[in-house]
Design a protein around this ligand. Sequence first.
Ligand SMILES: [Zn+2]
Length: 339
Amino acid sequence: MGFATDETPSLLIDFLQKCGGYAVIDGGLATELERHGADLNDPLWSSKCLISTPDLIKRVHLDYLEAGANIIISASYQATIQGFVAKGLSVKEGEALLRRSVEIALEARDVYNDKSSTGSWDVRQPPKQRPILVAASVGSYGAYLADGSEYSGDYGDSVTKETLKDFHRRRVQVLADSGADLIAFETIPNKLEARAYAELLEEEDIKIPAWFSFNCKDGVNVVSGDSVADCASFANSCNRVVAVGINCTPPKFIHGLILSIREVTTKPILIYPNSGETYDGIRKEWVPSTGVAHEDFVSFVGKWHKDGASLIGGCCRTTPSTIRGIAKALSNRPVNTTE
Ligand SMILES: [Zn+2]
């Protein structure tokens, strides 16, 4: 059973309270799978592993939980029914793989919880379990196209809001009933797609809350050129959206982006930047050596939290050690100061 709509806005507020005012989001999934040897050179990208190596996905989820993540995001970013059908699967099989992506994350959470509750010497007082949410990832239409348009936000004139709604509708329905706690709409490249998602959530009466996370190209605009303030302000107006923010954007832009977003929203702000390296959408590879070192990324975390971000993690090319660093930086932040 999902959450009643009138409770939806409070889900994340309650969760953040339980976590102590902030939550750690996990780090890059696909790039971490690759680091473990998975070959993701495929239009399905990380979703390919749902078929080939589901245990490896679970391993990476567990690595992030052990590193301190409070929110793990399913391997469905590039999993679409249309993409699976193009691979020769049936619609039913595609839907089953979407569900499987969430089940794998739920199983990882169970394994983690079991592990952390054994070894308690006092049976009267079981150890306090860290609150953990499972978010079902929904990548943009451009992620399905796998032509780099998620990094330009330019879908051309023939793609309308209705096109996008029809494209995402069944996937969102399936993920909403998969047992996930919320839906993470990630790497949103333009306002049009955010509007399509918002209408879908209403039309389909989706019972679990959602977050909207935009992909920015500088400190002011999402990748399409729409202003981030405009996009965040729109997200703020959506009842079913419980947090708004930025992902897969270089760390150097995050400070300015948080300042713009906090002007237009009362919802929790989430950020999970990439490592700062650049993705070449044509060659489909990361261009090395322009990124920030892991230590530098983590050194920004206190500032981002002070700026107003309460959900912080990493996107592409970040690893469990980045997430461990973020968790540590946030837990070490000064308390009881008058910020
Ligand atoms: Zn990313």
